[in-house]
Design a protein around this ligand. Structure first.
Ligand code: NPQ
Ligand code: MG
Length: 369
């Protein structure tokens, strides 16, 4: 397949409510979409980088620049572009996994649409619905948190993840566990907000029968997570630290985690994400699908990935209305706590032209031939 052009389009989507994590509060999403034009049609990719480099060093302006100036030109040099050839062709460029993932996703969608093959089938999906969890931001008070969680549970979410940071950890977790009972599937995510000096404090969370604690320590501190795992009973799950399948094998081998959060953007694409899934399965380590406040495009791809066999915990793929008043695609909805995996070719969804036009703040086209 020859790619004729790459369109880089920015869309602005306000969040239905502010989302606070240990690294800041988001009220609006500035998303970079990548659309490739192939011989038989188009393909869509979504870049999960935030506006600011707070989750990782990537940010959306840098992702757009690196795709325009360094990644797209490397695709132009290929005679025959296939999704499997994208990562090797971009390999000389260091880092920028979210930018690379977005471009690969667009090529993959284009290729699969042309073949009439759904992304789920391509990746190896074994189910047609995925259990849905919800990530709950740091609240202004414990009563406010309880109300928020109650509303999500009424909608049918099957698992709750509380964002934590120093000063917002043991008491909110205790309050949610006491209010909603022992059957609630409950976990926490610190987004790197602690150090090993907090180990005794974090061990107090052991009293609440959490499924896991996600990324308590710094992204580069795999050794610290190994030490921490000996000091608390709650299973440790890594997110930010898992930057590739090799990093996953390393972290698991060193006893730094017993569960892995998979995000395609963080590891450079859906093909590498499948390798993370495979290496974890080979080690008996369960995985679940993370989320980066994706539009319906990224959500569709995440559903396909989360339908793989070793995704044995509910992930952060929530319904569209958890984040958006109007999604770019037809909205994903909860049906008894589950979301359907799309069955159409490629992503199986497309942006609504009117919604897309209304949300677009800029667009540029990189011609490859
Ligand atoms: C996580 N996601 O698991 C991330 C972090 C995160 C759903 O908890 C804008 C863009 C805001 C990406 C906030 C969830 C974000 C973001 C949080 C990612 O660590
Ligand atoms: Mg996380």
């Amino acid at each position: 397949m020859k790619i004729e052009a790459v369109e880089l389009r920015r869309v602005r989507l306000p969040l239905v409510s502010p989302f606070r994590t240990s690294f800041g509060t988001q009220t609006v999403r500035d998303v970079l979409l990548v659309r490739v034009e192939g011989p038989d049609g188009e393909g869509w990719g979504e870049c999960v980088a935030m506006s600011e480099p707070l989750y990782s060093y990537e940010f959306v302006d840098a992702a757009q620049a690196v795709i325009r100036d360094h990644l797209a030109p490397r695709l132009a040099a290929l005679d025959d572009v296939t999704a499997h050839r994208v990562a090797p062709a971009l390999g000389a460029v260091k880092g920028h996994p979210m930018a690379k993932a977005a471009l690969e996703m667009a090529v993959l969608d284009c290729e699969l649409r042309a073949r009439g093959e759904p992304l789920g089938a391509f990746l190896g999906a074994v189910r047609d619905t995925v259990p849905s969890g919800v990530s709950v931001g740091i609240a202004g008070s414990i009563p406010e948190l309880i109300d928020t969680v109650a509303a999500y549970l009424e909608r049918g979410y099957m698992r709750v993840k509380l964002k934590i940071e120093p000063g917002w950890d043991v008491e909110p977790v205790r309050a949610v566990r006491e209010r909603f009972g022992d059957d609630l599937l409950l976990q926490v995510d610190a987004n790197t907000a602690y150090t090993l000096a907090d180990a005794r404090h974090l061990a107090r969370l052991d009293a609440f029968d959490l499924l896991l604690i996600e990324q308590p320590l710094a992204e580069d501190d795999v050794a610290g997570h190994s030490v921490l795992s000996g000091k608390m009973k709650t299973p440790i799950c890594l997110d930010e630290s898992i930057t590739s399948a090799a990093a996953a094998a390393d972290a698991v081998g060193r006893g730094a985690c017993s569960v892995v959060n998979i995000k395609a953007g963080r590891v450079g694409g859906y093909l590498e994400a499948r390798r993370v899934h495979d290496v974890c399965a080979a080690h008996g380590v369960p995985v679940w699908c993370g989320g980066m406040l994706e539009t319906g495009l990224g959500r569709a791809a995440n559903l396909a990935l989360a339908a793989l066999p070793n995704f044995s915990l509910p992930g952060d793929i929530s319904a569209s209305d958890r984040y958006w008043h109007t999604d770019l695609t037809a909205p994903f909805v909860l049906e008894e706590g589950h979301i359907r995996v799309p069955t159409g070719p490629g992503l199986g969804v497309s942006p609504d032209p009117d919604v897309l036009a209304h949300a677009t703040t800029s667009a540029e086209v990189v011609r490859l031939r």
